[in-house]
Design a protein around this ligand. Structure first.
Ligand SMILES: Nc1ncnc2c1ncn2[C@@H]1O[C@H](COP(=O)(O)OP(=O)(O)OP(=O)(O)O)[C@@H](O)[C@H]1O
Length: 309
């Protein structure tokens, strides 16, 4: 399978600060790829580099087989982009706006008629005749995705397309992205884990400008399966949970109502050696200590932290 995006050793530095630090990334053609990271991880910076709005400090970035620093209009015409805060002309209708964007791409009249019709349908805006100024956030975001598709791009880049939306709005935008599977490569940044789990086949996790993990979601969850411990004790689960949370290898600790403790760990070896000692120090009985099943959230928390301690 060929790569729609291939990034090797990408670093982007602002003053002394590495917004991106030696990033390697491969996005296969036809995939829906989620680029996941907490605030400030470098997601927008990467999308700015991919779209040519920022230049790499060092490294090689290829889009559709071409180096981004040498991308010309013929390559740009094969890429669609939705920025984190898209701009619209509030006095236009959705149809007028799509026609306006289409004319910027010099799309011929007949093709444009067909595309506008199809994209209004995809965005659920066919029967909406009001101007964009009166649109809800969700409607605007669906229109934003539609405008990014007006040139029938091979590669669609989106910066946090769902972050400002309510659950219904998120679902509608994610459904739009899902409908592109296999036809268009979709690469989007987000900090919402559930969105990635719902639509993506592949994910990269970014933290402080570095890619800390990437791969198919099921591969990641099994690769990091050794990162979760389920612990059951006879009593004092709350205090034991607090003791464990103070350990440097404990990424997150959750004590359930039945006293079962779920721990996401960054170092399983250290956890295995220390947990029995902490249990003994509390003079409590150990009923169960076993590896737990990992979801994407557990992988994310064990790699990035996440403030859940
Ligand atoms: N133009 C700039 N000048 C200086 N520093 C910048 C600039 N753009 C980004 N940064 C810094 O680079 C880091 C990464 O920022 P970026 O906006 O790419 O993160 P992000 O993952 O998109 O975050 P968020 O989810 O909050 O949008 C941050 O520490 C940010 O302050």
């Amino acid at each position: 399978m060929s790569a729609a995006i291939r990034i090797t050793g990408l670093t982007k530095t602002y003053a002394q600060h590495h917004a991106l630090d030696n990033v390697d990334l491969v996005v296969d053609e036809g995939s829906i790829f989620g680029f996941l990271g907490p605030n400030g991880a470098g997601k927008t910076t990467l999308l700015r580099v991919l779209t040519g709005l920022a230049r790499p400090t060092s490294g090689v970035v290829q889009i559709l087989g071409h180096n981004v620093t040498a991308v010309d209009d013929s390559i740009r015409a094969r890429i669609g982009f939705l920025p984190d805060v898209p701009g619209f002309y509030d006095w236009m209708t959705a149809e007028e706006f799509l026609r306006f964007v289409g004319r910027l791409f010099a799309i011929d009249r007949r093709t444009l008629d067909e595309r506008v019709h199809m994209l209004l349908d995809l965005a659920g805006l066919t029967d909406v005749k009001t101007t964009i100024g009166g649109f809800s956030r969700g409607m605007k975001q669906r229109l934003g995705v539609a405008q990014a598709l007006i040139n029938a791009p091979q590669l669609l880049l989106l910066d946090e397309p769902t972050s400002a939306l309510d659950p219904m709005g998120r679902r509608d935008v994610l459904d739009m992205l899902t409908s592109l599977r296999g036809r268009t490569t979709v690469f989007f940044s987000t900090h919402i884990l559930a969105d990635v789990e719902r639509v993506c086949d592949t994910v990269a996790i970014l933290d402080h400008g570095r890619v800390v993990a990437q791969g198919p979601i099921d591969e990641l969850t099994s690769r990091y399966a050794e990162r979760k411990v389920i612990l059951e004790v006879t009593d004092a689960a709350g205090q034991l949970g607090q003791d464990i949370a103070r350990e440097p290898w404990a990424a997150s600790v959750a004590v359930g109502p039945t006293g079962v403790i779920e721990i996401t760990v960054s170092d399983m070896d250290a956890a295995r050696r220390t947990i029995p000692v902490l249990v003994a120090d509390r003079h409590t009985g150990l009923c169960r200590m076993e590896a737990g099943e990992m979801g994407l959230e557990d992988v994310f928390v064990s790699l990035v932290g996440g403030g859940t301690k």
